[in-house]
Design a protein. Structure first.
Length: 255
């Protein structure tokens, strides 16, 4: 059986610029097993989906212990590497973020997302402060002797609608990428950006492999690969699609 670090090494190797890892985000053990059976090379949770599936709103309203218990069930259900969305790290201070990451590693994760926006209102944290929080996450993994893919999410492009996205936002995201890389991050997750030219500029200027989220207007997988993207996430899309099917089927059954 592969060890935890074997899985972590495999997960890291799947991040190739121009040959992106596709993650069809799961929310529980059953959905993770279904995605695995479909041929996925790895499993990723999405915080919005996990929260919704348990009756909570996104934004760290889901208790951390519940998220970790859910993670343990997913890890036990599949033989694949599993990465968890830890939102903003469930704490402002770097030591608190480190403790959250240590708990996720103990529950079986080989990777995690940590975002740079405040869970209460979505405002961006300052770059230096977020880099320190990521450094604490990296130190927690090092202290545990475990390999971990630390995916630093920046919410720069969630600060305004797509019609307002511009090169200044790209510059901000690239500056954050450099600082987050210095803090120990392994990847840069940039949800919300959809314009092809802006994605191209991000990839060109990022020292970290870039992760893009599928949403309306985002180029297709082949085009994202051509732009040099290394990871494609589906976010809440799979959960929303499953729930829409369930609603439609329930309506049809009761009609």
């Amino acid at each position: 059986m592969p060890t935890r670090n074997d899985k972590a090494a495999l997960f890291r190797s799947l991040h190739v610029r121009g040959r992106p890892l596709v993650l069809f985000n799961a929310w529980d053990a059953g959905s993770a097993r279904t995605v695995a059976d479909a041929g996925a090379p790895a499993i990723a949770t999405g915080s919005w989906s996990v929260a919704a599936a348990n009756g909570f709103a996104d934004g760290e309203h889901l208790p951390l212990q519940l998220a970790l218990d859910n993670l343990r069930r997913i890890v036990a259900a599949v033989a694949l590497p599993v990465t968890i969305d830890l939102e903003s790290g469930y704490g402002d201070a770097p030591p608190r973020v480190g403790a959250t990451v240590a708990a996720a590693l103990d529950a079986g994760a080989v990777g995690c997302n940590i975002e740079d926006s405040l869970p209460g209102d979505g405002r961006l944290r300052d770059i230096a402060g977020q880099a320190a929080r990521l450094a604490a996450a990296r130190q927690a993994a090092d202290d545990a002797g475990m390999a971990m893919f630390l995916n630093a999410r920046t919410d720069v492009f969630f600060q305004g609608p797509a019609t307002t996205h511009d090169l200044a936002m790209v510059s901000d995201a690239r500056a954050r990428a450099r600082a987050y890389a210095d803090g120990g991050a392994d990847g840069l997750f940039v949800p919300g950006v959809i314009a092809e030219d802006l994605i191209a500029r991000l990839v060109e200027g990022s020292p970290l492999p870039v992760n893009i989220m599928v949403m309306t207007g985002v180029p297709d997988r082949a085009r994202l690969a051509a732009l040099g993207v290394a990871r494609i996430s589906h976010g809440a899309g799979p959960y929303r699609g499953a729930m829409q099917w369930l609603k439609d089927a329930a309506r049809a059954a009761m009609a």
